[in-house]
Design a protein around this ligand. Sequence first.
Ligand SMILES: *Cc1c(COP(=O)(O)O)cnc(C)c1O
Length: 391
Amino acid sequence: MHVFDYSFDMETYMTKERFAQLKEFASTKETPFLVTSLSTVARKYNELEKSMPYVRIYYAVKANPSEEVLTLLAKLGSCFDIASVYELDLVLKLGITPDRLSFGNTIKKARDIEYAYKKGVRLFASDGESDVRKIAQNAPGSGIFFRILANGTGADWPLSRKFGAQPDVIFQNILLAKDLGLKPRGISFHVGSQQHDVTQWRTALSDCKELFDAAKEKGIRLDLVNMGGGFPAHYLHPVEETYVYAAEITDYIREFFGGEFPQIFIEPGRYMVGDAGILVTEVVMISRKERESGIPWLFLDVGKFSGLIETLDESIKYPIYTERTGEANDYILAGPTCDSMDILYEKMPYRLPSSLKEGDRLYFFTTGAYTQTYSAVFFNGFPPLKAYVID
Ligand SMILES: *Cc1c(COP(=O)(O)O)cnc(C)c1O
């Protein structure tokens, strides 16, 4: 059994001063809730822009669609990857213009394509023939890029199988799109979210280059590679710094495309907002199932149904901080609902101080991505996770 020790160095995630500010802000609020820090989002954006000055950043709205985050990123110059007409309405409402949007979901209704087109969206992702036909009919003349499969190896949250198609299928779709009057722009991929293995980008870029060449032979000049997401946030397992990923990926692009880069897009979600969030929760109950042996259970007021769905299969391991110190114990962590699925960490218990008491607060770090919007609506009567934004 693999157990993580609670005594991590807070400075890996944030400064002590920053935590003090967060704690002060949180002290008057009733748990559970998420706090997202805008200055961290800005730092992440600037870091990425600096390490890959040639990319256009399309923030994946689904990761954290809070209006303050979107407004901040718009101000910094970001474009946006939207997945539905609802995300479209949200960004348009904030004054973001449609020339900064890409409809990145390959699964779309014809009427939603039509709606996006009417609102001014002219760039769509696609991976299937029927979708190409729907786009040609409902968004005539639009730019289209094609998503290839990636197997998700090396990623904590793989996104494989469901999206993309094999290059030979994509090639046929490129020709079809051209025939139907669309503008084939290029190729996209997603190497899997929280990707630890930077060579996965190399494999995908190699496929892109082959499709660029095949299209060129048919007289179609592709000029766009959309590298999707995959850049990591800082969870329990250490990850390489942004500039390391950026330098490697830049080398791969040069390897396949030479000195003249195509237009490169990137769609960070988790990377951009993950580190910016802290989820504050309270210990509801500590109990033992056996008298002598066994690991005690720590029940919290958040769980799988209140934002922590990425603990499915214990895929994402959040750093958890408590102000208690001293001798430590292993705990199984579970949520508050009446569903036995609602267990966060059991295969890998967390090592936390044995002095923990019911009513104590725990702080889940790195919860800015894929938490609040995943939260269920009133399961067992528990309201959706509250979310606050600070500077
Ligand atoms: C979810 C998603 C992203 C963001 O992925 P991260 O790994 O969170 O950066 C980017 N592009 C597309 C098409 C997505 O579906």
